[in-house]
Ligand binder design. Sequence first.
Ligand SMILES: N[C@@H](CCC(=O)N[C@@H](CS)C(=O)NCC(=O)O)C(=O)O
Length: 231
Amino acid sequence: MENFLLLILGRRLAGKPVTRVYGSHGRTKRHYFADYKKAEVLGLEYEYKAVNLVKGEQFSPDFLKINPIGYVPALVDGDFVVSDSFAILMYLEEKYPQPPLLPSDLKRKAINYQAANIVSSSIQPLQNLAVVKYIEEKAGADERDIWAKTHIGKGFAALEKLLKDYAGKYATGDEVFLADLYLAPQLYAAVNRFNLDMTQFPLLLRLHEAYSKLPAFQNAAPEKQPDAPSS
Ligand SMILES: N[C@@H](CCC(=O)N[C@@H](CS)C(=O)NCC(=O)O)C(=O)O
């Protein structure tokens, strides 16, 4: 497909204004589904536009107009455009405050920010498509895998320690909050894409299992996206 704009997939409500989310099913790279996960939790109708990262559609002139850095996710709400999962989530949070994405307790809120940032700043960028592709080209597939597992493992070891005093059914209690939205796709990637040995991270493994039982998370899984390969 030449032009991602032609890939109008996902749900639409005829005649109703819709929020549009640009994303990727993420079969071969990180699964940042937090953006539309939030929409799934809220039950918002949105139109999903697939951007094929392996084919480089993120660098097409049309997509670069939406997000000049060439990353998904991006959100278009009417004539407003915003990119980066954190900015998208905070925008949706303020626009639709219920159910809240953060706990009211100050300290738990801070732990949510910390966990989300460990994923988005200290894990995900090190295993992003462009990075692992570069390492594979320079040093081969084995080095690529070692690199990815090392950096995911380092972040997971920190998260395992951080969350042990806060976790309930989910990362910071018995409700799904911001930290869970970041952890779920990172755990999914670690298990399904990088085959990380999760026995070292029993708390995170338990959270991964808990997320897999939630319908909103199931709907946001890469294989459920309209552009997921059938095999
Ligand atoms: N900080 C950004 C990171 C976005 C990002 O790295 N997106 C990846 C997919 S998960 C991407 O578009 N990669 C394309 C590439 O590496 O060329 C966010 O949280 O939205």
